[in-house]
Ligand binder design. Sequence first.
Ligand SMILES: Cc1cc2nc3c(=O)[nH]c(=O)nc-3n(C[C@H](O)[C@H](O)[C@H](O)COP(=O)(O)OP(=O)(O)OC[C@H]3O[C@@H](n4cnc5c(N)ncnc54)[C@H](O)[C@@H]3O)c2cc1C
Length: 460
Amino acid sequence: MTELQADVCVVGAGYAGLAAARRLRAGGRSVVVLEARDRVGGRIWTERLPDGTALDRGGAWLAPGHSAMLGLAADYGVGTYKTWVAGAHLLVEADRIRQYKGLIPKISPGAVVTIALAQARIDRLARKVPVDEPWTARRAAEWDGKSVGEWVARAGVRTAIGHDLFEMAVRGLFGSDLDRVALLHLLQLVHGHRSINVLFSIEGGSQENLIEGGAAAIAEHIAAELGDAVRLNAPVRAVNQTGASVMVEADGVSVSCRHVVIAAPPALSLDVAFDPPLERDRVSLYRAYVGGRETKTLVVYDTAFWRAAGYSGQSAEPRSPAEVTIDASPASGTPGILACFTFGPVAERWDAMAQQDRRPALLEALSRRFGPHAMKPDAVIETPWWSEPWSRGCSFAHLPPGVLSRYGPVIRQPFGRVHWAGTETAGTSHGAMDGAVRSGERAADEILQGVPSTAAAPAS
Ligand SMILES: Cc1cc2nc3c(=O)[nH]c(=O)nc-3n(C[C@H](O)[C@H](O)[C@H](O)COP(=O)(O)OP(=O)(O)OC[C@H]3O[C@@H](n4cnc5c(N)ncnc54)[C@H](O)[C@@H]3O)c2cc1C
């Protein structure tokens, strides 16, 4: 057992934990970061082909408003580039494929108008939800009592394909059956990204920019700067607070420190034994969080052949083995990479199928959209995120009705000398890498500024 000492021990080397450690060190504190996996990045997972091409198995895109992440990218000299959007997008229905440009396909005018109205309504409600404290909205109890599924069913979106498309887009935000997500959580998410259009969009939206060298490139720079303060393969098992000190115990290493930042997803924090035990409200909150069920499959081709055929690579086919595709090729355009997604119950259904059946079904779906070349990939890399033991879901954890308005206030409250980070604790850019960075910096600032604990744990 290695015994270490530091001012602060950070649990988790995702973007939240790394941003916290970086800021603490800049503030003159010594840090140790304990990470369960054998890599940094958490829900950001960049693998590289022998030629160096980055494959982002997890989060990948930055919106223009993701200033915390873009600021880090600039600090480390990491470039970004625009997602390829030139050409026609495709919407697949049972018996036809429509080509379109812009955000909403030209399905019937009634469907287009009613989707736009539903989006405007969501935006209007979202603006009434304080992004950091959604539980203080005047109608918080009412909105928390409803599911997103109920809201979508009554949103008045016309035509079957219009409804399917809208439902899939919203389901894609959470990776869940929408009956299991509170409307209040959707409203917080939307406000945290300014509008639902931003969340759905490539141009001007959440999928506008990719990161040169992959989304983990910045995390790798921060980890390199932190050097041997980052300990991999060190899952934290216990946090014991006594008086002015905290003992953090992980596999093979213990850290004696004055403060802790927990930057692990909420449900995983419950696997750590806290002494004194966590407050009951926090346990209730964390038990209710569910990581989204989403599979991201990267299909790698010799070239981005769809571009030459006049397609953008963006396509949608609700309930198919590639419900959404986006061109995720490197800036050079070679090799060609299609990122394919399935969400919630659809992801679970396809995942339950034997791989030898699932893969041809995926490639056939792609070849119907982009032509026969799609049948000949160089590699197919699937990541069902809910099977990742140190994430248990993606892109972020969501809450069912009745939880956020009741237990939400505890989420960022320090527990004695323990502070809480992670994208789930962020208001601005909630659920995204940018939210993770902001949350880590906020937790670090709490320690640097001596924010007192309001929770019933030893505080001095
Ligand atoms: C498929 C997918 C697509 C996404 N797309 C995007 C996107 O395009 N753009 C975007 O901005 N965001 C995207 N996201 C979301 C984004 O990845 C997350 O918001 C962000 O990475 C969360 O960072 P975090 O530091 O809060 O948590 P994490 O990245 O989950 O980091 C937590 C870390 O804690 C570690 N850990 C857990 N338990 C312990 C323990 N007991 N001891 C020690 N370590 C522990 C974990 O191993 C992990 O490394 C996506 C996510 C996924 C999975």
